[in-house]
Design a protein around this ligand. Structure first.
Ligand SMILES: [Zn+2]
Length: 356
């Protein structure tokens, strides 16, 4: 079992083919199956590795990812007079959406507040977990009369699934492409279910999967204090304003956890664009998050921003590992790029000795 190795090129292609068949031919009566696929892909990044090994995921973990995915979607779609929450099920509204919508009101849209209310959060997680087990988990891999069990074995019971060897590897390698396809299919599905509300609407996808709608500007004072008024990248003063930037670019992984935000000049931010930042920036980022961790986390809590430093750096490790494997380049400054060296490994691995 420990003799795992990455899947062959044929194995990777077979994975993509099966995934495509699932999305093309699967029978979707609610959006749960999309959420399940997305949640599994996310967990492969957060918990998996690149060895090609199996990966066991609990239904509790999957349920938590469900909540993260559906939370921004459980608010009324802004469509003038008849705004309401988009239907995610062919029949009655999906239970997960109903449960979340109720809590949106109770906690004024703050997932952080919800997570703090131990008992309500626990109850929600239990309900979502039951839904995951009852609805999509053992039905996801059924295509017509055929069973396409390429992700995990359908044992039809239990509180976990065991991803087959190579599955976590493939989700990690193809993460941006795979989640793009899942989100696209999910958006089409929701559009079909809500024709009277959406018509030929253009921006549904950014409503469903866009960055958090609370303005990033709320973090500006906090980041400004921690960075002593300097641009995170070029380290010269920011006269006024400044952009709040996703250090691990949004395009690669929609990481809205607090430690991922830095304050930068608009020009520095826009030339970095969707690239990963070079090693010296990575070093400064880990250093900032380590030394100012208390100050940052207190500030995040006050602003009701989700944060999880261990998960954030695992995602960083994944992102740099993927670019390294592909022989890709990183951003230094302005238009200057250079190949990523192996140094990122040292920078991100020194963190392993810290307490989580
Ligand atoms: Zn700058």
């Amino acid at each position: 079992m420990n003799e795992s190795r990455p899947p062959t090129a044929e194995g990777q292609l077979a994975f993509l083919r099966s995934l495509q068949r699932l999305l093309d031919e699967g029978n979707f009566t609610s959006s749960y199956k999309f959420a399940l696929l997305h949640a599994i892909a996310d967990l492969c990044l957060i918990r998996g590795d690149d060895s090609g090994a199996e990966l066991v995921l609990s239904t509790a973990e999957i349920a938590e990812q469900f909540v993260r995915l559906y939370w921004p979607q459980a608010v009324p779609y802004p469509a003038g007079d008849n705004e309401r929450i988009l239907s995610q099920n062919t029949g009655r509204q999906a239970l997960v959406v109903r449960e979340l919508a109720e809590r949106h009101n109770r906690y004024e849209g703050s997932l952080v507040e919800l997570e703090r209310s131990r008992s309500d959060w626990g109850e929600l997680r239990r309900k979502v977990e039951q839904t995951v087990r009852k609805m999509p988990l053992w039905k996801l891999q059924t295509v017509g009369s055929e069973r396409l069990e390429f992700l995990y074995e359908n044992v039809d019971t239990g509180a976990s699934v065991r991803l087959q060897p190579g599955v976590a590897y493939c989700f990690r390698v193809f993460y941006p492409m795979v989640t793009d396809v899942i989100e696209g299919a999910w958006s089409h599905f929701v559009q079909r279910l809500n024709p009277q509300l959406l018509g030929q609407v253009v921006d549904l996808r950014s409503f469903l999967f866009g960055s958090q709608r609370t303005s990033l500007a709320t973090y500006r004072p906090l980041l400004r204090a921690v960075q002593r008024g300097r641009c995170f990248y070029c380290e010269s003063d920011i006269k006024s304003g400044g952009d709040v930037d996703h250090f691990i670019p949004w395009r690669r992984y929609s990481l809205d956890l607090g430690h991922n935000f830095v304050l930068a000049h608009r020009a520095c931010n826009s030339s970095k664009s969707d690239l990963l930042a070079a090693e010296q920036h990575l070093e400064r980022w880990t250093e900032r998050n380590r030394t100012a961790r208390d100050e940052l986390e207190q500030g995040f809590d006050e602003r009701r921003v989700l944060h999880d430093w261990p998960a954030t750096r695992r995602i960083a490790r994944w992102a740099y590992g993927q670019v390294h494997r592909a022989g890709g380049q990183v951003w230094v400054q302005a238009n200057e790029l250079r190949p990523l060296s192996g140094d990122w490994r040292r920078i991100l691995s020194t963190l392993d000795h810290e307490a989580a």
